[in-house]
Design a protein around this ligand. Structure first.
Ligand SMILES: [Fe+2]
Length: 268
């Protein structure tokens, strides 16, 4: 049955806000307590780096499959920034902070007419995070390092977030953004700060802090992506919901995989 925008919005919010990975993420809740061992922090770093790299490929697919110029450009803002083009605030001659430290790199503006820096790639921030943990380039970001849960999540990202069908892709995108804004960055940062204070003073947390900052700002903006998707010419409500639900199941496989590894590791 076709619904109008407002009732469609409440059905979608019901599914997304009540999904277990948004409401109750066992792994990140535990991680926030700061009890993760060095090996567990390393494991998180490697699995997150595989996801982070695969997200770049899924974002490129999303750009290629975009239904209109506006979503094509919106996708490119994310893709290019991920690769190392810093956001430049509107009206600024160049990016506000002329720095490579992600704790100071801007989270507002556009990649248009901005600067590319190798060292501004989010993957390079993760490499810097991994270094004091003894992780080198070849230890991070490759599919061969993925556990089954991470691999499933990555495959779902490519299949759903990067889907050719715009209704499915928009559903996935809505789900990913709401998951990201639901607080998991803060939980990871809390746990990482505790670990850093306890045994790894040189650990740079910029990758995590920058992403948390951009989520906060995103939540404060009132851009109505659901409304825009709803207005697409070929919009299919069921496919949007299917994309959102399946994407969150993929996200859940990632975190549940990490939780399972923690439980098995502690029992061994
Ligand atoms: Fe990123």
């Amino acid at each position: 049955m076709e619904q109008d925008l407002e009732s469609f919005r409440s059905s979608v919010e019901d599914i997304v806000y009540h999904h277990p990975v948004v409401m109750d993420n066992t792994y990140t809740k535990w991680f926030a307590k700061g009890e993760a061992s060095r090996g567990e922090v390393r494991h998180l770093a490697v699995q997150f780096s595989v996801f982070s790299h695969q997200f770049v490929e899924a974002s490129l697919r999303k750009v290629i499959n975009a239904a209109d110029l506006q979503t094509y450009r919106a996708g490119k803002e994310i893709l290019m920034n991920e690769l190392g083009v810093v956001y430049r605030p509107a009206g600024a001659r160049r990016e506000a902070a002329d720095t490579e430290d992600p704790e100071l790199v801007g989270t507002e503006g556009s990649v248009d007419a901005s600067t590319f820096r190798f060292s501004a790639a989010h993957f390079e921030w993760l490499l810097n995070f991994g270094a004091p943990l003894g992780l080198s380039f070849e230890d991070m970001g490759k599919r061969r390092h993925a556990t089954p849960g991470t691999r499933f999540f990555c495959d779902e990202l490519l299949r759903i977030y990067g889907a050719e069908d715009a209704s499915i892709a928009e559903g996935a995108s809505f789900a990913v953004e709401h998951w990201a804004a639901a607080g998991f960055w803060k939980e990871l940062i809390a746990g990482l700060k505790a670990f850093k204070d306890r045994e790894c003073p040189g650990l740079p947390l910029g990758f995590w802090i920058w992403h948390d900052k951009i989520e906060d700002q995103h939540a404060a903006h009132t851009s109505d992506e659901l409304g825009q998707a709803f207005a697409m010419p070929e919009f299919d409500q069921e496919k949007f919901i299917q994309g959102a639900r399946e994407m969150l199941d993929g996200v859940r496989a990632f975190w549940d995989g990490l939780w399972g590894d923690h439980v098995v590791g502690r029992a061994a």
